[in-house]
Every structure is written in structure tokens, then in C-alpha cells.
Design a protein around this ligand. Structure first.
Ligand code: GDP
Ligand code: MG
Length: 286
């Protein structure tokens, strides 16, 4: 049945790395789908999350933050931002609660000028309320935002207000996706993101920006009680020395990555998981 009042649209979440875009997306969509990391630049792929609200549907694209291109990968990230703004009906610019607007934020503001945009001041749990007024005034002087909404993606504070603002600013439109769908990413992609997230977490500063994960096997075995997934993955790194770091003394580091990734996969897939990780050197995979 066609509902004339239904609203829908594509919403681009943009902002510098580490401002909390993925955390906010997960909050809005209600399921862990994007990588959250204490380190910047972990979201490499464009991830789609779908929010099903009362009388509306918002399809989110989570893009990596703007930064100067250093290599092809960097250029792709900027292209991803451009593309997601190009397709979008609404932009959400996520910033932190400070008065200092970085050059990359000013660039983003210029780019999103073409479509309606909402400014989200995230991490409001980290600053006293009275500080927000000057931040709001600062951004108000830079662009004509449809709304400015302070939130905390971490605590969930004011996120329901943001949901209403999103609905208000979406055009009338059809339900693009079935209402039980939260992402169009395949489970395989999500598993490889989980492995990458755990690798970054376990290795902290030590490693390799240039490491990629490839799932080589993902097979469901229904004969086991409660079901079980057999998953194999290759971790590609750039140098032999990186391989050593990822594996660790006596395989300890790799084991830790594997354990954390397996636990997260079991939660996501809701069954037992057998996870096998292989570390391989692939020079210049970029
Ligand atoms: P992204 O790079 O913009 O996608 O940022 P992430 O969502 O990965 O978050 C980066 C870091 O900020 C993580 O350590 C988050 O836990 C943290 N973070 C995100 N939202 C909030 C928030 O509302 N309050 C606080 N205190 N931390 C947050
Ligand atoms: Mg992210």
C-alpha cells in the first residue's frame, strides 16, 4: 500500500576522523555495524545503515573524514565523501564541541552547502552545557544549517531529538528497503571489518595502516547444535616485519586478535564460530 506521507532519503554522515560518526550511526541504526576505534581513519569503506522510524526511513552512508590525499587510498576516501554527498538528500556534519573549526571542516561545509544539512555537535558529555552556546554561534556564522543538534552518541543523550530532526528534513519518498533490514553489507564484509577492528585494537600504535583482511571461507554448518560458522581469513600486511608484529611471540598476538574477533562474530552471527587467521605479506597491495 502506498503511503503518501511516508518520508525517506539518503543521509550522508560526514566529518573529520574520530568525531564519532560510526558511534552515532550505530546508535541511530541500533546495531553494531560500523567500526568504532579510538584511532582515526578506520572506516575505509562506505557503510550503509538503515534507520526505520515511524513513517520514515533514513538510509545512511558513513564516510571517512576529509583529509589531504596522500596516496590512492586517501584520494578514494575523498571521492567517497564526494559521492555520498552527491547522492544524498540530507547531510549530517558531525563535529566535536569546540570553537576551533578546522580547515577540513570548512571544506566540508562548503561541499555540503548544496543540500540541506544538519550540524550535530557530538561528545556533549565531555563539556559543560554553557560551552555549547559559543560553539553553536560559531557554526551558525559559517553556514545555514537546517538545525543544530548537540548529542552524545556515547550516552544516547538527545539522539531521539536528532531522529525527529532527520525526519523533518527528509523529503517525501518510498520505503527503499524492507523494514527489517539494517545494512546492505554482506556478513562477510562485516566479519572482515570486525577482524580489522580487533587487529587495530590489539596492535595499537604499533601497526600497519596498510593491513587488509580477506575472508577466504565462510561456511555455515547446520549439523552442529545451534549452528556454527567456519571462517578463514587472510590478513595481508606490507612487510615481513609487520607479519612478525601481527603474529607476536609464540603466536600470542594473533591468538588475541582471533579470540576477540571470534567473540564479536559469535555475537553478530548468533552462533558458534570457528575462526582461522593467516598472516601474509603482500607487497604494495595498495
Ligand atoms: P569516527 O571516526 O568519526 O567514525 O569516530 P568513532 O565513532 O570511531 O569514534 C571515535 C572515538 O570517539 C571512539 O573512541 C568513541 O568511543 C568516541 N566517541 C564517540 N562518540 C562519543 C561521545 O558522544 N562521547 C564521548 N565521550 N566519546 C565518543
Ligand atoms: Mg568511523
Amino acid at each position: 500500500m502506498m503511503n503518501d506521507n511516508f518520508k525517506s532519503g539518503y543521509v550522508a554522515i560526514v566529518g573529520r576522523p574520530n568525531v564519532g560518526k560510526s558511534t552515532l550511526l550505530n546508535r541511530l541504526v541500533g546495531q553494531k555495524i560500523a567500526i568504532i576505534s579510538p584511532k582515526p581513519q578506520t572506516t575505509r569503506n562506505k557503510i550503509l545503515g538503515i534507520m526505520h522510524g515511524d513513517g520514515f526511513q533514513a538510509v545512511f552512508t558513513d564516510t571517512p573524514g576529509f583529509h589531504k590525499p596522500k596516496n590512492r587510498l586517501g584520494e578514494n576516501m575523498i571521492k567517497a565523501v564526494d559521492e555520498s554527498i552527491g547522492d544524498a538528500d540530507l547531510a549530517i556534519l558531525v563535529v566535536e564541541p569546540t570553537n576551533e573549526v578546522s580547515a577540513s571542516e570548512e571544506n566540508i561545509i562548503k561541499k555540503i552547502g548544496k543540500i540541506p544539512s544538519v550540524l550535530v555537535i557530538n561528545k556533549c558529555d565531555t563539556t559543560p552545557r554553557e560551552n555549547l552556546l559559543s560553539v553553536i554561534a560559531k557554526y551558525n556564522s559559517l553556514a545555514d544549517f537546517a538545525a543544530i543538534v548537540p548529542v552524545s552518541a556515547r550516552t544516547g543523550e538527545n539522539v531521539s531529538e536528532l531522529e525527529s530532526v532527520i525526519k523533518e528534513n527528509l523529503p517525501k519518498g518510498p520505503m527503499y528497503y524492507p523494514d527489517d533490514m539494517v545494512t546492505d553489507q554482506s556478513e562477510k564484509q562485516i566479519v572482515s571489518e570486525i577482524i580489522r577492528e580487533k587487529m587495530l585494537y590489539v596492535l595499537r600504535q604499533e601497526i600497519p595502516h596498510g593491513a587488509a583482511v580477506e575472508i577466504t571461507k565462510m561456511k555455515y554448518d547446520g549439523s552442529k547444535d545451534g549452528g556454527m560458522y567456519n571462517i578463514s581469513a587472510n590478513i595481508f600486511c606490507e612487510k615481513n616485519s609487520h607479519k612478525g608484529i601481527i603474529i607476536g611471540a609464540g603466536g600470542k598476538t594473533l591468538k588475541k586478535i582471533g579470540t576477540l574477533a571470534r567473540q564479536e562474530c559469535e555475537k553478530m552471527l548468533e552462533c558458534k564460530v570457528y575462526l582461522e587467521l593467516w598472516v601474509k605479506v603482500k607487497e604494495d597491495w595498495r
